[in-house]
Design a protein. Structure first.
Length: 367
C-alpha cells in the first residue's frame, strides 16, 4: 500500500500548540515503527478566515476528501465572536463533518487510574470508567431545514428543525452496535421520545437495527434521565448512541467525569472510501481554550489520543494505538501532569512540549 496521507488542520487557540506535539508523535512512528505518513498542513476556522475570508477554503475541503484521515486541533476564539454566522470558525468544522458525511462520532470517556481523583465525582464512581458515546454528526437540529431568524408580526422568531431520516438513524445505530460487539455488548439509546416525533422514530429504528445484533443488550433512556444517570452511576453504560445535539451535551458531561476535558479524543467516521478505509476526521473534544492560548500550558493528551484513534480506526494499527495509549498511561502514572491536571497538593506542572517529551520517552521505553 502507498504511504497513508494525513491532512493536519491545527486551527485556532491552543490547536496549533497541541498539534505540534502530535506531529512529533507521528514522526516517531515514522522513524521507530517504520510507519511513515505523508502529512500536509492547512488552515481551518479563524485562521482560515484571517487568510481567506472563509473558515474553510474550497481547496482545503477538496484535500480533506482525498486524504486517508484529517487531524483537527480546535476552532474559534473571542476575536471571531462578532463575525457573521456564515463565516464563524465553527462553520468550517461543520462543513467538514457534513461534506465528508462523517455520520458516526465516537467519543470515548475513559478514566485513567492515575486521574480518578481529578473527577468532580467520587473516585469509586469513576475509577475504571470506560464508555463510548456514539453521536450522530451530520443531521438533526444542527443541519435541519427550515432554519433562520424570520420576522413574524412585530417580532422576530428563531427557527431550527430537528429532522432525522430512517437511514440516518440506521447508520448511526449500526455503528454503535458494531462497536458494542467489540466491547461490553451493551447499547443504550438516548432521545426524547416522550416529547419529540424524531425521538419516536429514533427509538423505533434503533430497536429494529438491534434485531440484527441479538447478543447486544439494548436499552432506551430519555436524554434528560441519561444526563442524570451519567453523573449518578456512569459505569452502568457501555455504548451510548444518541443524536447530534443530545450527543454534544452528553459527551461534555461524560468527558468531565474523567477529570479533564484535556484528556478526551474523538473520531468522526463516514462510509468506506475506495481503499476500504472510512472517511475520517480525528479531533480532541476540548475547544480552542483562548484563556490559556500561547502560554505553553495546554494539555496535548486529547489530541495525541485522537491520533491513537486514527491508528486504530483508519490504519488498522490497533497494537500501535495501544502502545501509544499505554505510553500516556505510564506517563500519568509516573505523576507527570499538565496544569489542568494539578491537584490541591500542587507541584510543578509540565508545559505542553514537556508532556510531549515525556510521552516520546515512554514510547522509546516501549520498544
Ligand atoms: C463539539 C463542539 C462543536 C459542536 C462546535 C464547536 C460547533 O461543541 O464538537 O462538541 O457543537 O458540535
Ligand atoms: Mg461540544
Amino acid at each position: 500500500m502507498s504511504t497513508p496521507t494525513l491532512l493536519i488542520l491545527p486551527g485556532d487557540g491552543i490547536g496549533p500548540e497541541v498539534m505540534d506535539q502530535v506531529t512529533r508523535i507521528i514522526d516517531w512512528f515514522g522513524a521507530k515503527r517504520d510507519m511513515p505518513f505523508d502529512v500536509t498542513t492547512d488552515l481551518v476556522g479563524g485562521a482560515a478566515y484571517d487568510a481567506h475570508g472563509v473558515p474553510l477554503h474550497d481547496d482545503t475541503m477538496a484535500r480533506a476528501q482525498e486524504v486517508d484521515a484529517v487531524l483537527l486541533g480546535a476552532v474559534g476564539g473571542p476575536a471571531y465572536d462578532d463575525l457573521d454566522f456564515s463565516v464563524k470558525p465553527e462553520r468550517g468544522l461543520l462543513r467538514l463533518r457534513k461534506e465528508m458525511d462523517l455520520f458516526s462520532n465516537l467519543r470515548p470517556a475513559q478514566c485513567f487510574d492515575a486521574l480518578a481523583d481529578f473527577s468532580s465525582l467520587k473516585k469509586d464512581i469513576v475509577a475504571g470508567l470506560d464508555i463510548m458515546i456514539v453521536r450522530e454528526l451530520t443531521s438533526g437540529v444542527y443541519f435541519g431545514e427550515p432554519r433562520g431568524i424570520i420576522e413574524e408580526g412585530n417580532e422576530r422568531v428563531g427557527i431550527n428543525t430537528q429532522r432525522y431520516t430512517e437511514s440516518e438513524i440506521e447508520r448511526a445505530a449500526r455503528s454503535a452496535f458494531e462497536l458494542a460487539m467489540r466491547r461490553g455488548k451493551k447499547v443504550c439509546s438516548m432521545e426524547k421520545a416522550n416529547v419529540m416525533e424524531a425521538g419516536i422514530l429514533w427509538r423505533e429504528v434503533v430497536t429494529r437495527v438491534g434485531l440484527d445484533y441479538p447478543e447486544v443488550e439494548l436499552s432506551h433512556m430519555y436524554a434528560d434521565n441519561g444526563a442524570m444517570q451519567l453523573v449518578r452511576a456512569p459505569k452502568q453504560f457501555d455504548v451510548i448512541v444518541t443524536d447530534n445535539l443530545f450527543g454534544d451535551i452528553l459527551s461534555d458531561c461524560a468527558a468531565m467525569l474523567t477529570g479533564s476535558l484535556g484528556m478526551l479524543p474523538s473520531a468522526s467516521l463516514g462510509a468506506p472510501m475506495a481503499n476500504g478505509r472510512p472517511k475520517a476526521m480525528y479531533e480532541p473534544v476540548h475547544g480552542s481554550a483562548p484563556d490559556i492560548t500561547g502560554q505553553g500550558k495546554a494539555n496535548p493528551i486529547a489530541c495525541i489520543l485522537s491520533f491513537a484513534m486514527a491508528l486504530r480506526y483508519s490504519f488498522d494499527q490497533g497494537d500501535e494505538a495501544t502502545r501509544l495509549e499505554n505510553a500516556i498511561e505510564s506517563v500519568l502514572a509516573s505523576g507527570a501532569r499538565t496544569a489542568d491536571l494539578m491537584g490541591p497538593e500542587g507541584g510543578t506542572p509540565l508545559s505542553t512540549s514537556q508532556m510531549g517529551d515525556a510521552i516520546l520517552a515512554a514510547l522509546d521505553a516501549s520498544l
